[in-house]
Design a protein around this ligand. Structure first.
Ligand code: ADP
Ligand code: ZN
Ligand code: ZN
Length: 731
């Protein structure tokens, strides 16, 4: 009797594939183990989802497995189940979801256990050799000198960025040898947790929160709503202590921008345990090592960005998601999963508590907390010595502006700078100016591939399209009339910083945006210099708004918020409320009182007034009511289909056919097809179809029914399309 193996493969087809177990492979593969199989002309690695003795295909059609890569399941059962659940929820194949969950090195076939490590060391001949004798081969010389100091593991060798070919040459000369060393598993932290830092004495609110969250160890989900500086991190640390002391691991997820050395160090400083750090910037190898450390239980704390959600834990204890409102938890490309929603599901499947912390809860989470589905705890006072912030609006209607700065703001800046403090200015537009204008004919230079203006980058000498990356040297003449009178229109961070240098020559200015932090390590360098007080004026985009703690900043100015208040996106007010509150939270974090000033042409805007007078908490609650009345998420559940094509009719007719397959009634609404807010991007026309249902299960069923028919549509072949469940961004 032959055995058949069902395999989930990283291809969009929503089914498993059958293979034969060859006679040479007597061992029956475990469910969840990796196998290498032939697929068309390629070889793919997939996960075994079942073993049967039946197969519908003719035996000759079933190909044999090439290789069995694991003795047992690669992922712990709850995590495997999570990927199954997520594949169904996000309408992708199980294989596609597994590719999100498994580190690249493992998808390419690397060994999943970390029983042995490779160590490089000098041989007798290598020790006797004179480095000067190979000075013509500097790469080899460098390796020889490093190894003379100490032996290196594979990983350390890679981290030092030493030459691989140099190493091979040295091994061939027999100067260096590779040893396979069995690694001892160190789980001592589970027996005795060593604390390196004395915790703060918790204030009453903090103590209540910690007590509530640690009273039981099975699944529960808590929203910890604490204003900036209220000591949420301190609450996380105390909760962590509880779980670590019981020998259980903690998974901490932070936004992409929030994973700074500062954040990681706060966890490292407190507990003497191994911390695995996981983010998208790691090499495949480093990521695999962190993954293995977590899987075997040696790393007590795992801290990382979105994809770290899928890190296995041998002794799962708690999942904490900091800044839960942050949009980087939602993946935009490919499978659009939301790490927050999956974290809650993972906690449920693992039977462990989940904590969502933020000063500015997303309306989704707030809704769950207010309806009683999540526990709701709050921290309403700033911890330690910090005081509350004063806030004011500067109405800039018909006021003269210097590079976007009003005189009252400049005056206030001077007061704070003269007192020796730092000032932070927030402007969410990088570059010199958001458009290039012809002074003679009024022409605004537009990207030839998108419906968007070019941004002027003076320092780079370029105009760039921020949507498609298109760039040209700054034109000397207007494309429309040939005039040479071209000038930037509007203000970006580059211009603001250079004008500030002239206005305040004694106070050094630093600019933090994607352009100034492109190089690896440059953000950390800038942040370090800010902390040392080397800069007094901080100019930045979103990047400066999140999670940083600047004790000497006493004044925060928001330069241009009008754009943020008007947008096609129904989430715009929520986003603005979060941004405003987070940026304001950068002011007066230590003993010094803080102030926030906001410049606007919309001084009477009700959203703005509501936010400033009642604070984010009340503002968010009234926003939530509006969403409920408008039948928008989180009240209803939404799916967005995006389609793009060189010919707009192709995208339209495809989406129209899809729309026809969907119901329309009082509990199911179909909107579109319609042009995307950015109608044309990189030369392609973009259309979208939105639909939403009152009931989540119904949305699931109707979407599945529709997708089953889509593969037969001819029009589907003429465009590129993707599906986004619970879309966060309507662009
Ligand atoms: P959040 O994460 O809510 O923004 P943090 O945990 O970073 O707040 O705390 C803000 C500041 O207050 C930090 O410098 C922290 O060390 C300090 N802090 C927190 N809790 C206490 C406490 N109970 N007593 C004294 N200082 C505290
Ligand atoms: Zn012109
Ligand atoms: Zn473009």
């Amino acid at each position: 009797m032959s055995l058949y193996v069902e395999v989930a493969l990283p291809v969009p087809l929503k089914r498993d594939f059958s293979y034969r177990l060859p006679e040479s492979m007597p061992q029956q593969p475990a469910i969840g183990a990796r196998v290498k199989v032939p697929f068309g002309r390629q070889q793919l690695i997939g996960l075994v989802t079942g073993v049967t003795d039946k197969c519908d295909l003719a035996p000759a059609q079933v190909k044999p497995i090439i290789e069995l890569l694991d003795d047992s399941a690669l992922l712990p059962d709850p995590l495997y189940k999570l990927t199954q659940w997520a594949a169904r929820y996000y309408f992708c194949s199980h294989g596609q979801m597994l590719s999100q969950a498994i580190p690249a090195a493992l998808r390419k076939g690397a060994d999943s256990s970390r029983d042995t490590i490779t160590q490089l060391q000098l041989t007798e001949a290598g020790r006797a050799a004179d480095p000067a004798s190979i000075k013509r081969a500097p790469a080899q010389q460098k390796i020889l000198m490093e190894l003379a100091k100490s032996a290196l593991t594979d990983e350390e060798f890679n981290a030092l960025e030493l030459s691989k070919s140099g190493l091979k040459a040295l091994c061939d000369k027999n100067w260096v040898e590779k040893l396979e060393i069995t690694q001892q598993l160190d789980l001592s932290w589970r027996q005795l947790l060593v604390m390196d830092e004395e915790p703060h004495k918790l204030n009453k609110e903090q103590a209540v929160a910690v007590a509530a969250m640690t009273q039981e160890d099975n699944f529960s989900c808590t929203l910890l709503e604490g204003i900036t500086g209220s000591g949420k991190t301190e609450v996380y640390l105390a909760t962590l202590e509880h779980h670590l002391k019981q020998g259980r691991q903690a998974l901490i997820l932070v936004p992409e921008i929030g994973l700074t050395p500062q954040t990681i160090n706060r966890f490292r400083r407190r507990f003497r345990v191994k911390v695995a750090v996981i983010h998208s910037g790691l090499t495949d190898n480093a990521r695999l090592n962190a993954w293995r450390d977590a899987k075997c239980g040696e790393a007590a704390i795992i801290i990382g960005t979105r994809s770290a959600l899928f890190t296995p834990m041998k002794y799962p204890g708690v999942i904490i998601l900091d800044e839960e409102h942050d949009s980087s938890f939602k993946q935009q490309e490919g499978v659009g999963y939301h790490a927050r929603d999956l974290a809650v599901m993972r906690g449920h499947l693992e039977g462990i508590p989940v904590i969502l912390g933020t000063a500015t809860p997303s309306l989704e989470t707030l809704n769950n907390a207010l309806s009683g589905r999540y526990r709701h705890l709050s921290l309403s006072k700033r911890a330690g010595a910090a005081q509350n912030v004063k806030q004011g609006i500067i109405d800039i209607r018909s006021q003269p502006l210097t590079a976007g700065l009003s005189q009252p703001l400049i005056n206030e800046m001077r007061l704070h700078l003269d007192a020796g403090n730092q000032v932070l200015l927030f402007l969410n537009r990088r570059g010199f100016a958001p458009a290039l204008l012809c002074h003679e004919c009024g022409h605004l230079h537009e990207c030839d591939r998108c419906d968007a203006f070019f941004t002027l980058h003076q320092q780079l000498g370029e105009i760039c399209c921020h949507h498609c990356g298109n760039q040209y040297p700054i034109p000397r003449q207007c494309h429309n009339c040939g005039s040479t009178m071209l000038a930037g229109q509007g203000v970006g961070t580059e211009q603001l910083a250079s004008v500030l240098e002239k206005l305040f020559p004694k106070h050094p200015v630093v600019r933090i945006d994607r352009d100034t932090t492109r190089l690896k390590g440059s953000l950390e360098e800038h942040l370090g210099a800010i902390h040392r007080g080397e800069y007094k004026i901080l100019v930045g985009t979103q990047m400066l708004a999140k999670g940083h703690h600047f004790p000497d900043v006493t004044l925060v100015g928001l330069l241009d918020v009008d754009g943020a208040l008007f947008s096609a996106d129904f989430r715009a007010p929520e986003r603005f409320g979060q941004l405003y509150t987070q940026v304001s939270g950068r002011a007066g974090r230590a003993a010094k009182p803080g102030m926030v000033l906001l410049q606007t042409h919309q001084g009477d805007n009700p959203i703005l007034r509501d936010l400033m007078q009642r604070g984010y908490g009340e503002f968010a609650r009234s926003q939530l009511q509006e969403r409920q009345q408008a039948l928008l998420p989180p009240a209803w559940h939404m799916v967005l289909i995006r389609a793009e094509a060189h010919n707009p009719q192709d995208a339209d007719s495809f989406l129209n056919e899809m729309a026809m397959m969907l119901p329309r009634d009082r509990e199911f609404e179909v909107i579109g097809p319609m042009p995307a807010p950015l109608d044309r991007k990189a030369g392609k026309y973009r259309r979208q179809l939105m639909f939403q249902a009152k009931d989540r299960t119904r949305l699931q069923k109707e979407t599945e029914r529709m997708l089953a028919q889509v593969s037969q549509l001819q029009s589907a072949k003429k465009c590129r399309w993707s599906l986004d469940r619970d879309p966060q961004d309507l662009l």
